[in-house]
Ligand binder design. Structure first.
Ligand code: SAM
Ligand code: SF4
Length: 345
């Protein structure tokens, strides 16, 4: 297919980044994402097959999508995930396939994923003790996640990144241990401010531990953190992706150059105006924002009479309808009915 006009929205934002959820199921129950009990999962028949995902990506590439991330739910509970990675990494025009995982099953799969062409991996880990881990996830499994991180490093992923959701009242005592962990292991640690996407609707702004507070604690307790400037020579050493700093993370490093810490300050410093992402849910709905209240049904097109041109037009229309930004910090905010595990974080 010939290249077409890029995916530009009405605010001038160019979209090259597609996040693909492969399941809404998960083997743990993080309180900021899933309900504790009685989760209504999608039927298997509702999920896009690997072939359907591949078709949508092949349509999206000529529109300018060149970066993919697989997510969920927990993507590693979907069987044969390396087969999907291989299919997607082989599509001409795709520069990069990443994965976000809770790490529980990573030790078993890290090498297969690497061999299939995956190069970027983010492991979600909110705490550095088994007890605190369970407070976030309502399940055991801390040791397995640590083993998963080590297996990913051995398999060749460089860097492995940790995502830690920052929640007031829980995260404070993890901050300094995470700082030391980043310095000792070479893993990049990124704190993500807790967002209103929990299934139980318990989010409040007061429960978010803000990025600046974490920066202050790390700087006072270990040593000052300094910004990694865009294009800084230290960036390629740890990040093979030249676009890495174009994402929502503010990347910092301790003053002596050892230990990289990132911040995704979605609540205190929204980055909507530089957002380049769209999202495909496991049941084939395209969302132009995490907080969007509308979706575009691509599965209906893929399984019905939709041509590739129809799918491309639907993707373009979704991007054109994208709002300027989320309204978390206003009284107008309405939480989407899908919680995070069903959207794909
Ligand atoms: N299960 C995988 C995992 O946990 O990495 C992938 C899906 S998860 C929904 C993707 C990311 O979203 C994780 O890093 C998770 O911590 C983050 N996340 C989930 N709910 C969140 C929330 N309410 N606020 C901020 N981040 C959240
Ligand atoms: Fe599962 Fe990831 Fe949601 Fe935690 S954040 S419940 S690991 S999908």
């Amino acid at each position: 297919m010939l290249p077409q006009l890029p995916l530009l929205d009405t605010f001038g934002r160019l979209h090259n980044n597609l996040r693909i959820s492969v399941t809404d199921r998960c083997n743990i129950r993080c309180f900021y994402c899933m309900p504790a009990e009685d989760v209504q999962f999608m039927e298997k028949s509702e999920l896009l097959s690997f072939e359907e995902i591949e078709r949508i990506v092949r349509v999206a590439v000529p529109l300018g999508i060149d970066k993919l991330r697989l997510t969920g739910g927990e993507p590693l509970v979907r069987r044969e995930l390396p087969r999907l990675v291989e299919k997607l990494a082989a599509i001409p025009g795709i520069k990069d396939v990443g994965l976000t995982t809770n790490g529980i099953l990573l030790a078993e799969h890290a090498q297969d994923l690497y061999d299939a062409g995956l190069r970027r991996i983010n492991v979600s880990l909110d705490a550095l003790t088994p007890e605190k881990f369970k407070k976030f996830t309502r399940r055991d499994g801390f040791e397995r996640v640590i083993e998963g991180i080590q297996a990913a490093q051995r398999a060749g992923f460089q860097p492995v990144k940790i995502n830690a959701v920052s929640v007031r009242g829980l995260t404070e005592e993890e901050i300094v241990p995470f700082g030391h962990f980043a310095r000792e292991t070479g893993v990049d640690v990124r704190f993500i401010e807790y967002m209103p996407l929990d299934a139980d609707n318990l989010w409040e702004r007061d429960k978010v531990l803000f990025a600046q507070e974490i920066i202050d604690i790390l700087s006072a307790s270990i040593m000052p953190l300094v910004q990694v400037p865009h294009g800084h020579p230290s960036t390629p050493k740890t990040s093979p992706d030249p676009d890495d700093n174009a994402g929502p993370a503010e990347n910092m490093v301790f003053q002596d150059g050892v230990g990289r810490i990132g911040f995704i300050a979605s609540v205190s410093q929204p980055f909507c105006l530089s957002c380049n992402r769209i999202r495909l849910t496991a049941d084939g709905k395209l969302r132009n924002c995490l907080f969007s209240l509308d979706e575009t049904d691509l599965r209906g097109l893929v399984r019905g009479q939709g041509t590739n041109a129809d799918i491309a037009a639907a993707i373009r229309a979704s991007v054109l309808a994208k709002s300027e930004g989320h309204e978390i910090n206003t009284a107008r905010f309405i939480q989407p009915s899908r919680p995070m595990h069903s959207i794909g974080g």
